[in-house]
Design a protein around this ligand. Structure first.
Ligand code: AMP
Ligand code: ZN
Length: 144
Protein backbone atom coordinates (compact mmCIF):
# COMPACT_ATOMS: atom_id res chain seq x y z
CA UNK A 1 0.00 0.00 0.00
CA UNK A 2 1.10 3.52 -0.65
CA UNK A 3 1.60 5.94 2.22
CA UNK A 4 -1.61 7.70 3.08
CA UNK A 5 -3.72 5.19 1.23
CA UNK A 6 -6.58 3.75 3.21
CA UNK A 7 -7.61 0.31 2.01
CA UNK A 8 -10.48 -1.67 3.38
CA UNK A 9 -10.06 -5.36 2.62
CA UNK A 10 -12.34 -8.27 3.46
CA UNK A 11 -10.48 -11.58 3.66
CA UNK A 12 -13.67 -13.48 2.79
CA UNK A 13 -14.33 -11.41 -0.33
CA UNK A 14 -13.45 -12.97 -3.68
CA UNK A 15 -12.64 -9.63 -5.30
CA UNK A 16 -10.50 -8.50 -2.35
CA UNK A 17 -8.59 -11.74 -2.85
CA UNK A 18 -8.19 -10.87 -6.53
CA UNK A 19 -6.90 -7.42 -5.53
CA UNK A 20 -4.44 -9.10 -3.15
CA UNK A 21 -3.23 -11.60 -5.78
CA UNK A 22 -4.49 -14.58 -3.80
CA UNK A 23 -6.92 -15.45 -6.57
CA UNK A 24 -5.69 -15.13 -10.17
CA UNK A 25 -7.38 -13.00 -12.78
CA UNK A 26 -6.61 -11.51 -16.17
CA UNK A 27 -5.73 -7.92 -15.29
CA UNK A 28 -6.30 -5.36 -17.99
CA UNK A 29 -5.68 -2.25 -15.86
CA UNK A 30 -4.42 -1.41 -12.40
CA UNK A 31 -3.47 1.66 -10.43
CA UNK A 32 -3.47 2.67 -6.76
CA UNK A 33 -7.24 2.79 -6.46
CA UNK A 34 -8.78 0.78 -9.28
CA UNK A 35 -8.43 -2.67 -10.85
CA UNK A 36 -9.99 -3.93 -14.07
CA UNK A 37 -9.97 -7.59 -15.13
CA UNK A 38 -11.75 -10.00 -17.46
CA UNK A 39 -15.04 -11.36 -16.20
CA UNK A 40 -14.71 -15.13 -15.78
CA UNK A 41 -18.18 -15.65 -17.26
CA UNK A 42 -18.36 -13.08 -20.05
CA UNK A 43 -21.73 -12.04 -21.46
CA UNK A 44 -19.91 -10.91 -24.59
CA UNK A 45 -16.28 -11.11 -25.69
CA UNK A 46 -14.22 -8.55 -23.78
CA UNK A 47 -16.57 -8.29 -20.77
CA UNK A 48 -14.51 -6.50 -18.11
CA UNK A 49 -15.13 -5.75 -14.44
CA UNK A 50 -13.89 -2.48 -12.96
CA UNK A 51 -13.58 -2.43 -9.17
CA UNK A 52 -12.27 -0.19 -6.41
CA UNK A 53 -9.35 -1.86 -4.66
CA UNK A 54 -10.95 -1.10 -1.31
CA UNK A 55 -13.89 -3.21 -0.18
CA UNK A 56 -17.32 -1.61 -0.48
CA UNK A 57 -20.41 -3.76 -0.92
CA UNK A 58 -22.53 -1.67 -3.25
CA UNK A 59 -22.73 1.65 -5.04
CA UNK A 60 -24.78 2.92 -2.09
CA UNK A 61 -21.81 2.27 0.23
CA UNK A 62 -19.22 3.88 -1.99
CA UNK A 63 -17.55 7.03 -0.67
CA UNK A 64 -17.87 9.82 -3.22
CA UNK A 65 -14.10 9.95 -3.58
CA UNK A 66 -13.91 6.29 -4.54
CA UNK A 67 -16.88 6.63 -6.89
CA UNK A 68 -14.97 9.47 -8.51
CA UNK A 69 -11.86 7.36 -8.94
CA UNK A 70 -13.90 4.68 -10.71
CA UNK A 71 -15.80 7.16 -12.85
CA UNK A 72 -12.63 8.93 -13.87
CA UNK A 73 -11.21 5.73 -15.36
CA UNK A 74 -14.34 4.45 -17.10
CA UNK A 75 -14.01 6.45 -20.34
CA UNK A 76 -10.48 5.27 -21.13
CA UNK A 77 -11.24 1.69 -20.10
CA UNK A 78 -14.36 1.69 -22.28
CA UNK A 79 -12.38 3.05 -25.22
CA UNK A 80 -9.75 0.32 -24.75
CA UNK A 81 -12.31 -2.47 -24.57
CA UNK A 82 -13.96 -1.24 -27.78
CA UNK A 83 -10.65 -0.79 -29.58
CA UNK A 84 -9.32 -4.22 -28.59
CA UNK A 85 -12.50 -6.14 -29.37
CA UNK A 86 -13.74 -4.22 -32.39
CA UNK A 87 -17.07 -3.69 -30.65
CA UNK A 88 -18.96 -0.51 -31.43
CA UNK A 89 -21.02 -0.10 -28.25
CA UNK A 90 -20.73 -0.92 -24.57
CA UNK A 91 -23.03 -1.31 -21.58
CA UNK A 92 -22.02 0.00 -18.17
CA UNK A 93 -23.91 -2.10 -15.62
CA UNK A 94 -23.79 -2.22 -11.83
CA UNK A 95 -25.87 -4.78 -9.95
CA UNK A 96 -26.51 -3.54 -6.40
CA UNK A 97 -28.16 -5.87 -3.91
CA UNK A 98 -29.68 -9.32 -4.26
CA UNK A 99 -32.86 -7.90 -5.81
CA UNK A 100 -30.69 -6.47 -8.57
CA UNK A 101 -28.87 -9.77 -9.17
CA UNK A 102 -25.69 -8.87 -7.32
CA UNK A 103 -23.80 -12.11 -6.68
CA UNK A 104 -20.42 -10.76 -5.53
CA UNK A 105 -20.60 -8.37 -2.58
CA UNK A 106 -17.75 -6.07 -3.65
CA UNK A 107 -19.08 -3.35 -5.92
CA UNK A 108 -18.10 -3.88 -9.55
CA UNK A 109 -18.82 -2.04 -12.76
CA UNK A 110 -19.48 -4.31 -15.73
CA UNK A 111 -18.26 -3.13 -19.13
CA UNK A 112 -20.05 -5.30 -21.66
CA UNK A 113 -18.98 -4.60 -25.23
CA UNK A 114 -21.62 -4.80 -27.93
CA UNK A 115 -21.50 -5.52 -31.63
CA UNK A 116 -24.36 -5.81 -34.11
CA UNK A 117 -25.60 -9.39 -34.16
CA UNK A 118 -23.76 -10.49 -31.00
CA UNK A 119 -26.98 -12.05 -29.73
CA UNK A 120 -26.85 -10.49 -26.28
CA UNK A 121 -30.03 -8.78 -25.15
CA UNK A 122 -31.17 -6.98 -22.01
CA UNK A 123 -34.95 -7.20 -21.86
CA UNK A 124 -36.06 -3.57 -21.83
CA UNK A 125 -39.80 -3.26 -21.56
CA UNK A 126 -40.61 0.28 -20.59
CA UNK A 127 -43.47 0.82 -18.14
CA UNK A 128 -45.38 3.96 -17.24
CA UNK A 129 -44.98 6.30 -14.26
CA UNK A 130 -47.77 6.52 -11.70
CA UNK A 131 -47.74 9.63 -9.45
CA UNK A 132 -44.66 11.18 -11.00
CA UNK A 133 -44.85 14.29 -8.79
CA UNK A 134 -45.12 12.37 -5.51
CA UNK A 135 -42.29 10.11 -6.57
CA UNK A 136 -40.13 13.00 -7.70
CA UNK A 137 -40.69 14.79 -4.39
CA UNK A 138 -39.93 11.66 -2.33
CA UNK A 139 -36.67 10.96 -4.12
CA UNK A 140 -35.68 14.62 -4.07
CA UNK A 141 -36.34 14.82 -0.31
CA UNK A 142 -34.32 11.64 0.33
CA UNK A 143 -31.12 13.00 -1.20
CA UNK A 144 -28.65 13.70 1.60
P1 AMP B 1 -22.88 -9.74 -10.25
O1 AMP B 1 -22.46 -9.76 -8.80
O2 AMP B 1 -24.17 -10.47 -10.48
O3 AMP B 1 -22.89 -8.36 -10.84
O4 AMP B 1 -21.81 -10.52 -11.10
C1 AMP B 1 -20.60 -11.01 -10.61
C2 AMP B 1 -19.70 -11.19 -11.79
O5 AMP B 1 -18.43 -11.56 -11.33
C3 AMP B 1 -20.17 -12.27 -12.78
O6 AMP B 1 -20.24 -11.70 -14.08
C4 AMP B 1 -19.08 -13.33 -12.67
O7 AMP B 1 -18.83 -13.98 -13.89
C5 AMP B 1 -17.89 -12.52 -12.20
N1 AMP B 1 -16.90 -13.28 -11.44
C6 AMP B 1 -17.12 -14.04 -10.35
N2 AMP B 1 -15.97 -14.58 -9.90
C7 AMP B 1 -15.00 -14.12 -10.74
C8 AMP B 1 -13.59 -14.32 -10.81
N3 AMP B 1 -12.94 -15.10 -9.93
N4 AMP B 1 -12.90 -13.71 -11.80
C9 AMP B 1 -13.56 -12.95 -12.69
N5 AMP B 1 -14.87 -12.70 -12.67
C10 AMP B 1 -15.60 -13.29 -11.72
ZN1 ZN C 1 -13.94 -7.01 -1.35
Amino acid sequence: LNAGQTQTLDAACIFCNIVGNRIPCHRVYEDDAVLAFLDIGPLTRGHVLVIPKSHHATLMDLPAEVAGQIAERLPKLSRAVLKATGASGVHLLVNNGKAAQQAVGHVHFHLIPRSPGDGFKIPWEAGTVADAEGLRAAIHAAIE
